[in-house]
Design a protein around this ligand. Structure first.
Ligand code: FES
Length: 182
């Protein structure tokens, strides 16, 4: 009997000890969280990108297109909104910061997943070649010809109905973007 009580007391003391230890190390664990989050990230160097240039990077098993938009590719003209199926990207998948017309964190850079929203075919870039080089004009889908504007918004008359999905990312400096989350 005495032995059982002693055992019980020892268990209680051990329990308090474990709880105390947890309380002690919790602030350290919390401090480590940002580091743990960074494991799920990819940093992309964009320093060398020229106006109009597009690069493809792999992120979580999918291709992401990064475009450095030419100044004339940044769509600010309200008249063009009539030609879009979902001009305000109400039905699209995008981070909160990408809900404006540019659908991006900074207006000269656009990041989109590289897949048509109809049947996920890989997109091609639309461009015109001007005197100063290639001007980015949006995207088209080689499968059924759906077209997207320079913010990845689907153009009316396309078979696809949804704007391109946008990954979560942040500009961590003038020359680097970090892809994070989904
Ligand atoms: S998958 Fe893009 S239009 Fe068919």
């Amino acid at each position: 009997m005495a032995l059982t009580r002693r055992k019980l007391l020892l268990n209680i003391v051990a329990g308090f000890g474990a709880a105390g230890l947890l309380a002690l190390i919790f602030p350290f664990l919390r401090g480590m969280l940002p580091t743990l989050k960074n494991v799920e990230a990819r940093v992309v160097d964009i320093a060398a990108m020229r106006d109009g240039e597009m690069k493809t990077v792999r992120w979580k098993g999918k291709n992401v297109l990064i475009v450095k938009r030419n100044p004339e590719s940044i769509n600010k003209r309200p008249s063009q909104l009539k030609s879009l199926t979902d001009p305000f990207s109400i039905n699209s998948l995008q981070p909160e910061f990408a809900q404006g017309h540019g659908r991006s964190s900074r207006e000269n850079f656009l990041l989109v997943y590289s897949y048509c929203t109809l049947l996920s075919c890989e997109l091609k870039r639309l461009e015109i070649i001007g005197e100063e080089g290639s001007i980015f004009e949006g995207f088209f889908c080689p499968c059924d010809g759906s077209r997207y504007d320079t913010s990845g918004r689907v153009i009316k008359g396309s078979a696809a109905q949804y704007n391109l999905s946008i990954p979560n990312y942040e500009h961590i400096s003038e020359s680097r973007i970090r892809l994070t989350g989904a």
